[in-house]
Structures are given as C-alpha cells and as structure tokens.
Write a protein that binds this ligand. Sequence first.
Ligand code: NCD
Length: 447
Amino acid sequence: MPDKPFASENLAADQTDGSKGSDGSHPPTQDELDLLHYKPRIERPVKQKIDELQQGERLRHVIFSAQFSVEQLEDLGSTADKICMLSRTPSGQDFLIRLLSHKRAMLYFTQPSTRTFLSFMAACQILGITCNEVRNPTTSSETKGETHFDSIRMFSSYFDLIIMRSPLARLAEACAYLMIDLEESDNRSVPIVNAGSGADEHPTQALLDIYTLQRTFQFADPKDSSITTRYEQLQERYPNLTRGLAGKTYGFCGDIGRGRTVRSLANLLANYEGVTLIFIAPRHPTLALGDDLRQRLLDRGVRIHEVDSFEEVVDGQPVIEGLDALYMTRIQKEHNDAADAASFAEIDFSRYKLTLDLVARMKQYTPILHPFPRDQHFGEIPPEIDDDPRAMYFRQARNGMWVRAALLSSVFGVDRQIAEFFRDEFSQWHHYQEELAWTTPLGTVQK
Ligand code: NCD
C-alpha cells in the first residue's frame, strides 16, 4: 500500500531466522536496515515515484499499476494481440523466439504461485528468454543468513531480468531502488518486475485483467463475448452500449480488503473516463474496501459504491443487473487471525458467491473475471457457471501469457520489431485472410 506509512510488520513478514522483527525486542537485522534505508523513497506518493522507474519513454522497473497510462495499456494490448497472432504460425513463432534469445530471466517466487509463475515462464519462452527459478527460500542461501538484497544482487549478476513475488509488501519496490542506485554508481543493474508483493500490488495481473476487458469490450470475437452477443445485436438491447472500457460499471466481489489484484485493477480502471466501481463485500474492516484505496479512487474522481450484496440497489437497479463487468475474488482465509475467525462467524458469506440465477440476471455481455485460484471449498464461482459464454476466467489466464510477453518485449525495447514483423507477415497473409474471412487480427471469425 504505497501511500500508507511504512509498516514495520511488513519488514519481518518473511524472516527465516525466527526473530520477531523490528519491534524493538532485538537489534534490527540487516534485511530490516536495508528496507529502512529506502523508507523515505517508499513513503513518497506514488506519482512521485513513477519517473524514477522509467528509462526515457520506457518502463524500466514494473512495480505499480499506477505506472501505466491508458495509452500504454492500449499499446501493450496491441502488442499482446500481435504476439498472440504470430504465435499461431511457425514463422511467427520462429521470429518471436529469436527476439530475446540472448536474455536470461530469474523467477524469484518465494510465495505460492501457479498461474503467475507459469505464465511469466511461458511469456519468456515465447520470446526465447531462458528462465531460472528460486521458489523455495529454504533452498537458497537466505537460510545461511543472506539478505534479500544480496540475493537480488547475485541474481542480477547472472540474469538480465528479475521477476519476483514476495510476501513482503515493499520488497520489489526496494529492489528496484537498489537497482537504480547500482546503475547510478555504474554497477550492473537489471529490470525488476513485481509479480505480487504482499497485500500491496499485483500490477501484471491487472494488466491481464485490462487486456481481457479490452478484448471483451471490442465485442468482436465470438470467443471473447459469445456469437449471440456481437456489438450490433447487443446495441439493439442496450442502446447506450459503447466499445471500450470508459464509462462502464465494474463490480468487485468478495475479499476486497485483502485482494492485491483488486487494488491494482481498481487503480488501472481509474485511468478511464467515467467509470463506476462497485465493491460488493461484507461490511467488515478486514474484508471491505480499505481506506487508502477508497481515498485514492475518490481523489481521482472515480464514482464508487460500497454495498454488501448483489441485491442492493444502485442507480435504480440491483447491482447484479447493472454491471458491465464482474470481478469475483476468493476469501483469503490464509490471512485470517483469531479475531477474524470469530467475527467472520457473523457474516452471511453466501452473498458473495455467484449462482446460475444471479448470472441469468446479468447483462448478456458482462464478462465474469477472477484472478484465480478459485476456492472449491468456498465456491465463489461454482463450476456450472464455466460453460456460460460470459465466464472469462480461463481466457483471462491465457491472456496473461500474451500480455506478459508484450510487457517484456516493451521492457527490452523489441515491441517495435514485433509491430514491423507483424505488418509484413500480415500483408503476406492478405489472400489467406480473404479466403478465410479473417476480420481483425483478434476479431477472427474463421468460417
Ligand atoms: C492472486 C494473488 O496471488 O494475488 N492470484 C494470482 O496471482 N492470479 C489472487 C489470490 O491468491 O487470490
């Protein structure tokens, strides 16, 4: 939570030496001191940090969702489309795999991950980047007392990129500052990509969420929005419907307070004109919208509503009937403490589960998103909903691979080459296109 005071409990969140952290009961560890060194930079408002993470026009380190403007999101989406299309042909694959075959990436994931880890790995593989990984800190020299910063600096000696996920909220950001300082003193420095930092941010998940929304709200591809709900047909039923993300109403349901994906996506959606965000969560301090995110959204002029069920009326209709997109989340019970367990007993959690009846009342085009994993025990999205054309979560995960490849191509400055190759390749494909009635690169209607 970049705008909040530097939380001392975060400093100790993944200590491996069993000490209590920076509570004054023992001398601070070097890890704590390293993080405290960057405290003044970390505590600046996000806007002030963004320039430091850039290199000219390009993103150098990817730490916050606030680093992305609408224009950058459009560019990334367009590169992701091209990578996706090129990956369908042997010549396109051959071109892509040579693009960054001289680069090596370290995937440093010390917090559980399936999708994010694998989709970054697949994204690297598409572009020919060789990957290595450290996933379990107990197999690394951190058990011998090595600091996070020493580990990161070691990785930067061997690799050209560090993609990292950590339970420690500020670690990725602090590592980016470490790299910036190393660069300034003429030492080796590599880009840092945040793949999830504590309860704070998950910017690349938000990128794939936005990419999925961009594709869905083109209303072009039957797989993205169902053949029966193409734009013209939809407009007959919803005359005010427009293409694109602006002006739409987005619902977020479930564990809003602890969901870093919600934080990152809400921040990105705030970039678009006239959006309304509705948070559907229990009225409980742990699970409801946090004060810092609420304030940030209000400061940016976003219309927000906080409700505790899909049935609450907003703008004259029950929430479930008015949404243009619905983002479901699981309840992150692994973060419950004893007080939560007791107070959660009062909550009717069935209100935060989707049912076929609720889905039947949603607009015909409203995509259902989920960052995944979904929780089979809680059942926020039961599997019977998977066959509904609006269930977008599996496509959303696949989109993560394309958009992460697009992001890496942009960080390494090869996105223009992709655009040029794509243009050439597609001019050769022109006859093909006519024969097969391809429409747009991703609005593919293959007859
Ligand atoms: C999420 C995460 O780890 O923040 N998953 C993901 O990266 N796709 C959400 C979650 O764990 O609920």
